[in-house]
Each structure stands twice: as C-alpha cells, then as structure tokens.
Design a protein around this ligand. Sequence first.
Ligand code: AMP
Length: 597
Amino acid sequence: MLFYELCKCYNLLEKTRKKLEMVDILSNTLKNASSKEIGKISLLTLGKIHPDFIGIELMLAERMAIKALTMASGRSEKSVLKYLEEIGDLGETSQKLLKGKTQSSLLVFTQQEEKYEPEVLEIWNLLDSIAKMSGDGSSDRKIRTLSGLISRVQPLEARYIMRIVCGQLRLGVATQLLMEALSKAVTGSRENKHIIERAYNRCADISKVAETLYEEGLETVQKIDVQVFNPIKVMLAQRVSSSDELIERFGGKSALEYKYDGLRVQVHVKDRKVKLFSRRSEDITNQFPDVCKYILEALKEDNFIVEGEVVAYDYEKDKILPFQHISQRKRKHNIEQKMMEIPLRVFLFDALFFNGKSLLESNYIERRSSLHQIIEETKNIQFSHQTLVSSTDEIEAFFHQALEDNYEGIMGKSIDENSSYQAGTRGFSWVKYKADYVDNLSDSFDLVILGAEYGKGKRAGKYGTFLLGCFDIDEGVYRTFTRVATGFSDDELDSFYTILSSLKADKTKDVISSLNSSVWFEPKIVVEVSGAEITVSQKHTCAQNHLENPQNGLALRFPRFTGRIVEDKSPEEITSVEEILTIYLNQRNKIDVSNNV
Ligand code: AMP
C-alpha cells in the first residue's frame, strides 16, 4: 500500500468525531493492506512504530523536528517558528510550508523528475531507522534523515510523518477503535472485535494480532495465548465505598488483600532470565536491577509470570514508605545510586503463567496456590497480606488493620469458581476499597491535564489553574471534569510549567470542552486530584448525554492536587466517564437514602 493512501485515510479520520464513521473510514483502508503491511499500519495509526514493551520509541523533540523542517522548506528557522506559532500544529505547518516549496519548485522541475511514491513499509523502515540512531552525532543524523524524507514526499505525507515522529498524531484512534476497524476489515463486522481484543490483552502486541488475523484468520487469533516475555494487559479493579457493597459484589464471601501504594510490576522469568513490565506494558527491567536479583533469589521454579506491587521499604523500621519514594526510582540514569538510597520490597499477589501454560482461566484460589509453588518468600519478596472473609465485620476489621499499618486500603477479590484473571479489564472481580472512599464526599481521580490559565501575583509567569479531563472510553475522547488551582507547591508549579510548555498544542477533536483555555496541551500528563463532591454542571462535558438533561455534564467540586503525578497510567487508562458516573449515582443514592431516613 502506498503511504499516501494511508495519509488520505488519516485526513478523512481527522474530519469526523463520529465513532462509527471513523471505524468505516479506517476499515475501508485497512482492507487494502497485505498481511505484511497490516502490523506496521496498525502501529503507525496509533502513532507508534513498535509495541510499547519493545522499548524503541521515536518521539523526536519538537525542536529537532523544527530543524528538519527548516532544512527541508528552505526557510529560516525564525520564519518556520513564526508559522508554527500562528498555525499551532507542527504537521499542518509542515504541510503548508512544504506545499509552498513544491509549488515554486514545480516551475523549475522538468518532466523527467521522478515522483517519489513510497510504500507504507518503506516509510516505516525509515522511521524505524531514525528511532534506532544512537550515539555521537545521532541527533544530527536524525534531523538530516527526517529532513531528506519530508522534502521528497508529498506535503500531506509530511504532515503525518512529522506528527508521528513527535508523538503528536492524535487522530482520535485508540486501540479499541483500531480493533473494531480490523474486525470490520477482515470479517465484515465490528462484532468480532472481542476476539481480537482477547488476543491483544494476552500479548500487548497489536501488530502481532493484526498480522495473525490477516495471514491466518480469526480462528488462529482465538488461539493466541500468553507467552513469557510478552506482557499481559493488567487486570484492574472497580471501586466500592463500603464493606456492605464489597460483600454483596461477591455473594457473601471474598478474599481480601492489603492495597500497596507503589508500582505494579509483571515479572516474567525464563531460563533464569528476568524481565519486568509496568502496568502500561513497558519494559522496566533496566530500572530495577535489585528487583531482578531479589526474584532470582526467591524463585523455586523457572518459566513463569507473576504479578505484584513494588514499593519503597524502610527495612530498619519495617514499614512501607510513601509513593513519592518509589516514584524517584523510575529513572533511566543514576540507577545504582538511587538503588542504595531507596530500597525496595515486592508484594506479589498473582500468578499468570506456570508449568508451560496460561493460568488466566484458573480461579483466584488456584492462581494464588501456584504463586506459592513458584516463589519462596524472602526478606525482599513477600506475598500480599491476605485473608478470606464472609462477613462485613471481618472486612471492617481487615480494612482498619490495613489503615493502621499505613496502607491505603484493601483489595477485595472474588473467590468464585469462575474468578479468572480478566486481562485488560476493569471488572468487578476485583474491587478496591480505600480510605478516601469511605466518606463518599472525598474521592480521588486520575485526570489528564488538557489546558491551563496563566497565574497571577506569586504565580505570574507560570500556569496557575489547570483544566483537567477524564477519558470517554466509548468515544475515545477526553471530556473536561474540573479546573484545579490548589494543592500545588511553588516547586511543583515550576516543574509543571517546564514540562507542559513543551506539550503546548492546538485543541484537537479528541478534547470535548465547552470551556476555553488560554493554553492547550497534548493530553499526556496525568495527575491525581481529590475532590469534595461531584455535581451537575453546565460547563463541563464529562458524562454529557448520560444524564436526564443531555446538555448537562458532571464536575468535581473543590478539587485539590494530591501532589502525585501518575506516571504508570497512560492517558487512556485514567478515570473514565463511566467510573465518574457510577460514583455520582452512588453519591446521589446515598443522599436520597439519608433524606428519606
Ligand atoms: P488503582 O491504581 O487505584 O486503580 O488501583 C489498582 C492498583 O492497585 C493495581 O493496578 C495495583 O498496581 C495496585 N495494588 C496494590 N495492591 C494490590 C493488590 N493486593 N492486588 C492488586 N492490585 C494491587
């Protein structure tokens, strides 16, 4: 397939926000892809060149892309920057400036000048080679290769190449929508998406699933299973706000575990080689050499996948340290030094692969028993503190013990016959019950920063108020939920200003907001915010079309930044419209009940 064909499809996708229309547009183009192309096309459409766990990212700094555009367009950097400021979007700016160039060069081109019509695979290969350039002078080589590429392709192709290299594709195509389009392209119906999704949740590799689908069909996709060193999409939990609700969910009996406030880690071991994956399926092995060593010291078996939470731990006082400590261990440099300063402990809570087979279909009790067969507890590797309960009194006792021991709450887990591990799903087989949910007028949310206003007085020259959004999974868009201005220290405001300034962008169609913002950003930075109450709002668009009056949305009152930047959730994994709606309806029911008493 020609890359130009794919770009025409991207251009059409940009013009609509209607999900079904987008699925149709995309599937019509995907139909024309070969089995060799479809994997790469799927990745490119998500703005990637490799699955996250491969660890090869393109993500050129915008200033490098600007240099490439300056060279390719033959203009001065000053003039490129001026256009960029006016237009706001790097892709569009590139398209415009290179179009001008093509038109003027046409005047001097002769008939023999050959038109460059690259195939998708050729572009993918070039982008891959740019991503892999490293070492001395690699920045210059990247700029020159990119500049050479965009000066040869059509302006429309340059528009999307520039966006892909800077991580700004933003077509509004999330993995969910892509999977529907793949399903429609191959089987004629969106309905088979769940089969594709099941496979994707087992290998976190959309290119592998798409290639299998095109080469061998849906039946083979159905057989894609867990493999050591291929991360599994993690299972997530719903929240409950009382022990009654918890026990009701599980039909009167449940397993409870402490909820550890750290980083989720999926541990893969084969032939005594250890790999660690984050909650976002990224390879984080190199960041935690100490964890790899602890695992090797604790294993009783080989060839398995287990899961747990890694926390910073004060071994002298025998207590877990707050999240801020472990977050300092998420780094690429100076690892040895930080390893000495911040010791870790892992609390394992699940086993997902053992004895050559997947345990995802096994129930909770079976998986937990496998965990005990695979690992021996050591000083550094422990099992999550756990108990089985059958009454609310037992839940309350365990919950209060967890709080007393300094943990943030507890997890309730179904012990049903069918309590399988639901990869990639936020179901009700796992629930979280945290201290902040007890008093339902205080809750915390993981929200993405969409925009900001400049501050005044002490905050002049920095951003002082941030517009935050939640994610609408159905539509693949962000919806505004609150504006937050409190809870920030001066240092935090400084660092937000630095981080966000490089993410300034035009508001695109995947942000649904009826509010204006002085500055808009790429939706990349996720923050935790607590709030007092969810109210109906005519300004915010969260849950619009889900309430009695479809014009109304929901908003968070008295929001406060908790001090936590949530790095292990991608913007698509933040608090969803659905979750907020559930909390709002629960909150309303409680108020109704107390009014009636
Ligand atoms: P949240 O991030 O608030 O959605 O809470 C779910 C997260 O809690 C999981 O993704 C894990 O990282 C973490 N967690 C801590 N302790 C446990 C546990 N015992 N079982 C499962 N998840 C846990």
